[in-house]
Design a protein around this ligand. Structure first.
Ligand code: ZN
Ligand code: ZN
Length: 259
């Protein structure tokens, strides 16, 4: 499999995954034009993309879905309990939406969705498997519960949210209500919460992590990175020797991860 994160964060999200035969986008938080430009910057042609998988209806994940559907004539797959919101908020006709609840296949890719603790209808994390390799994507969650951990367990690559530094958020300029929302169990993961989950996942065999959905307002890449590496150092695990750690940003695509 090849994975590239074209953009990650509260201004827009889009991830690309392919097994060489089937080409998929997870979320479309930008217009088709911007996504195609990001893809080109990463050396990827998205004209063959066959479907979009929607994780949830929030603007930063869904506002470009209509534009991608119109440009490529492809369907969007969404959790059955999230379809109503997706259709209502973005005017996406239901004939373009394929509902899922459990596992499903597109070509040779197996998708296993799982519910995340987040303030949107049926917000999903997704594990994607092909040829015995598995990637799991969990962004937009206020806590890592047992179900999410169980689904991420043993994945070769985990893309996980490291949204904010708690002190930066508390001292920052967001309203009290927004701070409460982000810190709540249905908001977003702090660097510490992310690192705690990574510690378990590393012990269970995951060797590569991408920190995603970093706040540009309430976090710094170096803080997220050092929080994770410090935590894993307590297991005597060193970045580069025992595991790989990458960051996905808002403005540039990541490199292409090959599994
Ligand atoms: Zn988001
Ligand atoms: Zn969200």
């Amino acid at each position: 499999m090849e994975i590239c994160i074209f953009a990650s964060g509260s201004k827009g999200n889009c991830l690309y995954i392919s097994d060489g035969k089937t080409f998929i986008l997870v979320d479309a938080g930008y217009s088709y034009r911007t996504i195609a430009a990001r893809a080109a910057a990463a050396g990827i042609d998205i004209s063959g993309v066959g479907a979009i998988i929607s994780t949830h209806c929030h603007y930063d994940h869904s506002r470009g879905i209509s534009s991608v559907i119109d440009s490529l004539g492809i369907p969007v797959y969404a959790h059955a309990d999230g379809i109503e919101a997706l259709s209502l908020l973005y005017g996406i006709g239901k004939k373009h939406i394929v509902p899922f609840k459990g596992d499903f296949f597109i070509g040779g890719l197996r998708f296993s969705p799982y519910l995340l603790s987040h303030d949107a209808p049926a917000c999903c994390g997704i594990s994607i498997e092909s040829g015995g390799r598995r990637v799991s994507i969990a962004t937009d969650l206020g806590k890592v519960d047992e179900e999410a951990l169980a689904h991420m367990r043993g994945a070769d690559l985990v893309v996980i949210e490291s949204n904010h530094d708690v002190e930066m958020l508390k001292k920052g300029r967001y309203s009290a209500a927004l701070k409460r929302r982000i810190l709540s169990p249905v908001g977003h993961l702090s660097n510490e919460q992310c690192a705690e989950a990574m510690e378990k996942l590393l012990e269970w065999g995951t060797k590569a992590f991408v920190l995603a959905h970093l706040s540009e307002e309430n976090n710094l890449p170096e803080l997220a990175f050092s929080c994770a590496t410090q935590r894993l150092l307590s297991l005597c695990a060193r970045e580069g020797r025992d595991y790989s750690l990458y960051l996905a940003g808002q403005r540039w695509p990541t490199g292409v991860f090959a599994l």
